[in-house]
Design a protein around this ligand. Structure first.
Ligand code: TLP
Length: 350
């Protein structure tokens, strides 16, 4: 077992031996020429799982979002999203730089906003303004702390979107986690969206890849943009095989990650100088605050790392810990002890 408990992200998982074995037997072809049977199999499965006409395998969640954004908009359009949204914070401004869109932010609660917020963010149809064209719903929401969107809220946003000609995209990098937390299926959420992306390389533990799904027309457009963005891959079947294996074997077990996240949250919530409400940890992401006695989040994170727990500072006073396939309950309990020891030593030494 690794001596470091790495809670930086659920993206850090390494393929299991079973997954590696599957890859070596995967049937492949040149997917740029449309010849890879395993990629086709994955795309068909994902279209079915999301209840969409078609799906496209892409190298990353960022490319899935960008393909969706570029396919649904024209330069000069505006995207409405929560202020926490991943495609704004962590995708190198691609919606602006590559798709030529502006973004208008709403202040949701832990990343979840309402149809009223969307209405309030709409631009009037006058020559001064960008066209409000798209809404991004990030489910689960990352910076909000793995928040799960209520289905009715997305349904209400759909209604407003229909009234105003908006494309609804679900950034479902972790829609798997939302489904496991609620007992719903990807299609239950996706039916209110025009497009949905889902990642295989986060909680599911595959090495690479995401899917973006929608109507056949939308996916045809996304396919063209994937090529433009350099994301068309050749014998991608070895990656698609890992993704299929991940969906078949690692989806249901996400409940363990959710339990482990809750254990971690409850353990550290009791430590003086650490602030979080474990009730706000519905899935596998724990966002917590440290007060000044522990230094800045970056300093605190460095001390934790030296002591054996890796987290990510997400702001001046906030850190993130994410549970995943490569950390079990014992490791998470060890992480709580390490955080406790670090806080105690700091308090004692001043
Ligand atoms: N998130 C990563 C980092 O980029 C922050 C992480 O460690 O959580 N949508 C959401 C909601 C995401 O959390 C991520 C990745 C993406 C899209 C992008 O996926 P990749 O990293 O595959 O481009």
């Amino acid at each position: 077992m690794d001596s470091i408990v790495d809670l930086r992200s659920d993206t850090i998982t390494r393929p299991t031996p079973e997954m590696r074995a599957i890859l070596s037997d995967a049937e492949v072809g040149d997917d740029v020429l449309g010849d890879d049977p395993t990629v086709h199999r994955l795309q068909e499965r994902m279209a079915a799982l999301t209840g969409k006409e078609a799906a496209l395998f892409v190298p990353s969640g960022s490319m899935a979002n960008l393909c969706a954004i570029r396919s649904a908009t024209e330069p000069g359009d505006e995207i409405i999203a929560d202020a926490t949204t991943h495609c704004y914070h962590y995708e190198t401004a691609a919606p602006f730089a590559v798709a030529g869109c502006s973004m208008r932010f709403v202040d949701g609660r832990h990343g979840v906003f309402t149809a009223r917020d969307v209405e309030a963010a709409l631009r009037p149809r006058a020559s001064h303004f960008p066209f409000s064209r798209m809404v991004v719903v990030e489910n689960t929401n990352n910076r909000g702390g793995g928040t799960v969107w209520p289905l009715e809220t997305i349904a209400d946003i759909r209604t407003v979107a229909d009234q105003n000609g908006l494309h609804v995209h679900i950034d479902g990098a972790r829609l798997w986690n939302a489904c496991i937390a609620t007992g719903k299926k990807p299609a239950d959420y996706a039916r209110y969206a025009d497009s949905v992306s889902m990642c295989f390389s986060k909680g599911l533990g595959a090495p690479v890849g995401s899917i973006v799904a929608g109507t056949r027309e939308f996916v045809t457009r996304a396919h063209r943009f994937r090529k433009m963005f350099g994301g068309a891959m050749r014998q991608a079947g070895i990656l698609a095989a890992a993704a299929i294996h991940a969906v078949e074997h690692h989806y249901e077990r996400l409940i363990e990650d959710h339990r482990n996240a809750r254990t971690f949250a409850e353990g550290i919530a009791e430590i003086p100088g650490i602030k979080l409400d474990p009730k706000n940890v519905p899935t596998n992401i724990v966002i917590f605050e440290v007060d000044e006695r522990h230094g800045s989040a970056a300093e605190f994170g460095q001390r934790l790392e030296a002591a054996g727990v890796r987290t990510l500072a997400t702001g001046p006073t906030t850190l993130r810990a994410v549970t995943h396939l490569d950390v079990n309950r014992a490791a998470v309990e060890r992480a709580v002890e390490i955080v406790r020891d670090q806080c105690a030593s700091r308090t004692v030494s001043g």
